[in-house]
Write a protein that binds this ligand. Structure first.
Ligand code: PLP
Length: 420
């Protein structure tokens, strides 16, 4: 049975119906502290639809065995489902071949793989790795490690007061010394959607390879890595309504072919003797050891589900949510929004005058509203805005205008508690 037969695209509504969509998510039906859960922490990790939970359950209940090389039926079923998942990921990302899809643990591993296998062997002391000021730690630390290992330099393009990458500085920073550009598609802490197509195009004019951190883009935007023209693109399954511990690194095939493996072990070899090893071809060359078989199957189910809803419909709906919640928050003089870019995903980071972000989060939780507080693994962004932490409400397609209202009511309650 193919994975698509197991995880059908069961709905492609002409009108996006959030009430209907919410029924697909058991977690959203819960009562927390006597209030219906308003889950607004999707940028950290998203809830899972029944189709994903069922796909995981089926993978372990009926179709489970190790993949590749098995001659028995269960191994063949598991292999078909695992490699079928790769094809769904290929389609979801707009890659031209399944070989360009490497299953990894998540965005963090994807970036580390590129840092160590692609950049490290090619970079020299004095060369530069170009990132932006709005990156998640996962797109900073792996590059710092390469810099420490090689004597290369991390160069950072600043962001404006609105949280947008300064494109003029970016363009001026590209040079023969730039070994790679690594930027996020969407900022997790500010919601900014970077003009990555333009950024890739500019890098290409200098022959500079590009990696796009798509952890926050994949749940919100229609992706087409072919059209984007980047060399690498990474996504995390758990933010995309799929399982934890699985993600995808897209790599252009010629890049993957010229790269050394990231780790050694089973699965990634063609032949081994004590004298030498011949490596497998991509993507298996980068998937040493038994992979997260059920995770890949669950991720494919999540991708198929999102495709079924339609990313254009998701984008249009979330735009409305963002516009509405932004307007309502702007009406509160005690609230300061951090990150006001023209192009944003449905993420609002904010400060409440005189109240620590952790208190905001704790009081909102008492009202059944889940937001994240802290530095959001983006300490340089907090430094840029001179704050230690923010509260962040991050929306998904299953959130509603009523939940946005509850967030605002909750903040008003926080202000009341603190006598503001
Ligand atoms: N990049 C961005 C923009 C993120 O938001 C995150 C997670 O929050 C990551 C990378 C790391 O993703 P993961 O922890 O799934 O590897």
């Amino acid at each position: 049975m193919s994975i698509e037969a197991e995880t059908p695209i069961h709905r492609r509504p002409s009108v996006f119906d959030v009430t209907c969509v919410r029924l697909d998510f058991p977690a959203l039906q819960q009562i927390i502290h006597k209030e219906p859960l308003a889950y607004l922490d999707n940028a950290a990790s998203a809830q899972k639809p029944t189709t994903v939970i069922d796909a995981l359950s089926a993978a372990y209940t009926f179709n489970y065995s190790n993949v590749h090389r098995g001659v028995h039926t269960l191994s063949q079923r598991a292999t078909d489902a695992y490699e079928g998942a790769r094809e769904i990921a290929q389609r979801f990302l707009g890659a031209s071949r399944a070989e360009e899809v490497v299953f990894v643990r998540g965005t963090t591993e994807g970036i580390n793989l590129v840092a160590q296998s692609f950049v490290r062997p090619r970079i020299e002391a004095g060369d530069e790795i170009l990132i932006s000021e709005l990156e998640h730690h996962s797109n900073i630390v792996p590059w710092q490690m390469v810099c420490q290992q090689t004597g290369a330099r991390l160069r950072v393009v600043p962001i404006t007061d609105r949280g947008e990458v300064d494109l003029d500085v970016y363009a001026d920073s590209l040079s023969q010394r730039t070994a790679i550009v690594a930027v996020s598609h969407v900022s997790n802490s500010l919601g900014t959607i970077n003009p990555v197509r333009k950024m890739v195009e500019l890098a290409k004019q200098h022959g500079i390879p590009t990696l796009i951190d798509g952890a926050q883009a994949a749940p919100h935007l229609s992706l087409d890595v072919g059209n984007l023209g980047c060399d690498f693109y990474t996504v995390s399954g758990h933010k995309l309504f799929g399982p934890t511990g699985i993600g995808v690194l897209y790599g252009r095939l010629d890049r993957l072919e010229e790269m050394e493996p990231y780790q050694g072990g089973g699965e990634m070899i063609r032949s081994v003797t004590f004298e030498s090893t011949e490596y497998n071809s991509p993507p298996h060359k980068f998937e040493a050891g038994t992979p997260h078989i059920a995770g890949a199957i669950g991720l494919a189910a999540a991708m198929a589900y999102v495709e079924g809803l339609g990313l254009d419909a998701i984008e249009a709906y979330e735009k409305k949510l963002l516009k509405y919640v932004t307007r309502r928050l702007e009406e509160l003089p005690e609230v300061r929004l951090i990150g006001t870019a023209d192009e944003k995903a449905a993420v609002v980071s904010f400060l409440v005058d005189g109240v620590h972000a952790h208190d905001v989060g704790t009081i909102l939780d008492q009202k059944g509203i889940a937001v994240r507080v802290g530095h959001h693994c983006a300490q340089p962004v907090m430094d840029r805005f001179g704050v230690p932490a923010t509260a962040r409400a991050s929306f998904a397609f299953y959130n509603t205008i009523q939940e946005a209202d509850r967030l605002v009511d909750g903040i008003e309650y926080v202000l009341e508690v603190f006598g503001r």
